[in-house]
Design a protein around this ligand. Structure first.
Ligand SMILES: Cc1ncc(COP(=O)(O)O)c(C=O)c1O
Ligand SMILES: N[C@@H](CCOP(=O)(O)O)C(=O)O
Length: 466
């Protein structure tokens, strides 16, 4: 399997190099040159497999040139053994044909664990083989950071630097990152927003000279193809549990950086019968505005009760644009350069195609709280604010009540007590036992101005060989 860049100017790479490269050298994102396609018969034969066995079947074609099958199987077995539910991603029914897929049973209580527990093991495997060191540089609006630290902190050959927007993540999210005190773990609170953090990460991948040529950067964000690859699996798992592939399933996906829903789009392209994909956004709704009116326009970022989705520059949208433009890298490059200067539209027939692939809805804080309240009162089930946005959007966009609609439950409600309180509910979601003393643990992080040079200087002087 070879991987090509969405901007068409970077060299094609194999899996190992894609894993370590993160952002392509032309500023694009890597995607597989061609996707594996599974027949209905093959997918049907996967019924009853454990999560890790299913993960092997779905992902092996992407890694087969780089990792022997038995090693990959062992890695997946270990990865999904750390999840706190036997089903790994259990389904919870809210109503007739309405489900939540709980993706928050991993160590850091968000869907990011599915990919980052694996990414840590993949990095360890490849770096050990090459005897190579990397500096992980990641941006987080709250969840990727802790999942990346948890997934990679035992890797032998890495130093980890995670940038989060200062005072713009929940206290639980911050503490999940800043209380992990290893010598190779560095949390940076940037006086800016998530987009600023992500911009710094991308700029640093583009010019790594600040590291003095002694090591290289690796990505834990969904710009790294391996993140997307691992997130495809749970679409297959949920569909199989609900009668797929002999029955279509619809998914509603709380969306920020467009990684999770892009994985759903790929699952469909790989043969899974998916009847609907709903993009569910908060008030930072650039994707919903684009889907509704073919106008891609960045606005001021708002701070909402669903902070992990406070994102305006949605990285993985580029991967979709690449497909919408017939995989013409030059066209994507031009479009994104124009988009950085002002609003852009795409050719009407391309936009209509996008509308066939996705529905969308934007949900404000008030409606998020109302949804948390309603679902709790009816089902005694507590949604986190991101999942609540997914549930609300699913209800607004649903096309066929006979088709199971699955909302991806992207985080545990205990990570966002503020939203639960604002919903007027008297319940306090408890943190699981392994995090019970989170508020007593020592924290360590460095606050830095919203300034790339200062951030890079910090990294250059703190990675372990520096
Ligand atoms: C809890 C939660 N829900 C949803 C999202 C959105 O996922 P994506 O960025 O893949 O669209 C994120 C972060 O990205 C998140 O942390
Ligand atoms: N919501 C994310 C933002 C980063 O997205 P990623 O999927 O590209 O890592 C977070 O919680 O950090």
């Amino acid at each position: 399997m070879r991987y090509i860049s969405t901007r068409g100017e970077a060299p094609a790479l194999g899996f190992e190099d894609v894993l370590l490269t993160g952002l392509a050298s032309d500023g694009g994102l890597y995607v597989p040159e061609s996707l594996p396609h599974f027949s209905l018969e093959e997918i049907r034969s996967w019924r009853g497999l454990s999560y890790s066995e299913l993960a092997f079947n779905v992902m092996h074609p992407f890694v087969e040139d780089a990792i022997p099958a038995d090693d990959f199987r062992d890695m997946l077995e270990e990865t999904y053994a750390v999840f706190a539910h036997q089903a790994v991603a259990p389904l919870v029914q809210l109503d007739s044909n309405e489900w939540v897929l709980e993706l928050f049973r991993g160590p850091t209580l968000a869907f990011k664990d599915f990919a980052l527990q694996l990414l840590g093991r993949l990095l360890d495997y490849v770096l050990e083989k090459r005897n190579q060191h990397v500096v992980i540089m990641g941006a987080t609006s709250g969840d990727t950071g802790s999942a990346a630290i948890e997934g990679c902190r035992r890797c032998k050959h890495v130093d980890i630097f995670i940038l989060h927007p200062y005072q713009r993540v929940s206290e639980v999210q911050r503490r999940q990152m800043t209380t992990v005190l290893g010598d190779n773990i560095h949390n940076i609170a940037v006086k800016g927003n998530f987009d600023d953090c992500q911009r710094m990460v991308k700029a640093s991948f583009g010019d790594q000279s600040f590291l003095g040529g002694k090591t290289q950067l690796a990505a834990v964000n969904s710009i790294n193809w391996a993140r997307i690859m691992a997130q495809i699996v749970y679409y297959f798992q949920a569909a199989l549990a609900l009668g797929g592939p002999d029955r279509s399933v619809a998914f509603s996906v709380p969306t920020g950086n467009f990684g999770d829903i892009f994985a759903g789009y790929l699952a469909k392209k790989m043969g899974l019968p998916v009847s609907q994909l709903v993009i569910a956004t908060n008030r930072n709704d650039i994707l919903h505005r684009f889907m509704s009116g073919n106008r891609y326009e960045q606005r001021q970022l708002e701070h909402t009760l669903s902070p992990s989705m406070d994102i305006m520059v949605s990285s993985n949208f580029e991967r979709l644009l690449f497909d919408l433009h017939g995989r013409d890298g030059a066209a994507v490059k031009q479009l994104l350069e124009d988009a950085a200067k002002g609003p852009v539209s795409i050719a009407d027939y391309r936009w209509r195609h996008a509308r066939k692939l996705f529905d969308s809805e934007s949900v404000d804080d008030e409606t998020t709280c109302a949804t948390i309240r309603e679902v709790y009162q009816r089902n005694e089930y507590l949604l986190d604010p991101h999942t609540a946005i997914g549930v609300r959007a699913a209800r607004a966009c649903r096309r066929d009540p006979a088709v199971p609609m699955v909302t991806l439950g992207t985080a545990h409600p205990a990570k966002f007590p503020e939203a639960i309180e604002r919903s007027g509910l008297a319940v306090k979601p408890a943190l699981p036992t392994h995090m019970a003393d989170l508020f007593e643990r020592e924290e360590r992080y460095t606050v830095i101005d919203n300034d790339l040079a200062q951030v890079q200087a910090f990294i250059a002087s703190h990675w372990h060989d520096a």
